[in-house]
Design a protein around this ligand. Sequence first.
Ligand SMILES: Cc1ncc(COP(=O)(O)O)c(C=O)c1O
Length: 433
Amino acid sequence: MPTLVTNGGARNFIESGQKIYRKTLQPKSLAKSAGNAFPAEFTQKSAGKAKNSSNGVKGKKLTTLSLEITISDFIQSVIKTKPAENDSPFSVLDLRVVIDLMNKWAIKLPTVEPFYAVKCNSNISLVGVLASLGSNFDCASRAEIESVLSLGVSPDRIIYANPCKSELHIEYAASVGVNLTTFDSVGEVEKIKKWHPKCELLLRIKTDEGSGARASLSVKYGALHNEVLELLKAADVAGLKVTGVSFHIGSGGADAKAYHGSILLDKEVFETATRLGMPKMKILDIGGGFTSGSNFDEAALNVNDAIKTHFENDEDLVVIGEPGRYFSETAFTLATKIIGKRLFPHASHLGLVQNLIMLHAKILKLTLQQFLDPLDAIDTVLKEYMLPELEVNDWLVFPNMGAYTTSSGTNFNGFCSTAKDIYLACSSSVGQE
Ligand SMILES: Cc1ncc(COP(=O)(O)O)c(C=O)c1O
């Protein structure tokens, strides 16, 4: 929910421009480097004092936040220095949130290597910091692969996790050495055989998705139980190596127990491959679906328990995940300026804010609707939410705006959602305000 920042009285703040860190890329396996082995700069409270020469944040100014100088103070200071006529929304990326989430991942899911799903938020600073923290990457297209490679990440840290790929993009993946992808149809097997026969495959299966997910993905992707045999055989006949299985329980708020059932389904596919005399599978890809907060703890418990139950004696097993929302959602805070106000009879007023965002898979021109009114429209993002009287030129601040926001934006009505300014900050701890 938004908080209101009025248009005056911003406190003085210290914008240190301190450097973030200097770090060569981590080795491929985060599992090997988990625990205390994160770059020292990130595990120290003084993360903000390290150097910002890492790719993605190179040369960018970083503002160190503290208990005294909070993200709200920083946002107010940005607003104060903006020319009055500048209506553009902006975001703040708090690197500390990303660092803490990565540490939490390593502690709670020590055997699962994260492949950050770039589609969720492809901001280059976020991707660069994740690369430096040892994350690998899930890319869905040529553009995403190019963007990750441009940071100096080696191609063996990328999975092309899109079961429906264009031939040109497959050819590109082959040319740069991205050698792991997903499939769920015979047609895809044929394309991969033609354009990238050395590529190893993960069979994407349909799972019983947890209830409550904001975006259900098994509707569109994943092989049904009765298709598995045919698909494994098709890959085998094509001379392609199927090294594992992948699934996605649905994005945002899915029931964590769904990981348990899905990992059991994976085990059955592993056994089917063995029965067919195919090479032993070794990669278990548990997809995304994670959110930060207590939901993550529950998800981790389910994942760890299911791996222990179904794969305990499999020493060669490599478990990977494709978290998107987990890393990006809470790291970004959005500030938007109220550019117009209109009163409606029987319904109080609307504040119109210039920004394009995506909520619950809808592309929206953000319109704040303070009280329920008869003009329900697709661009209404909040109903029956009590706010103080809003005035033109006030700013509203929305936390947790990093997942599927700008990456799903459009230029609708000429408002460009990707051109937004993004400021880098590093707070001293998560949720300090
Ligand atoms: C194949 C794949 N992996 C990972 C993700 C990221 O999911 P989440 O943001 O829920 O972690 C998605 C989201 O659509 C996806 O399609």
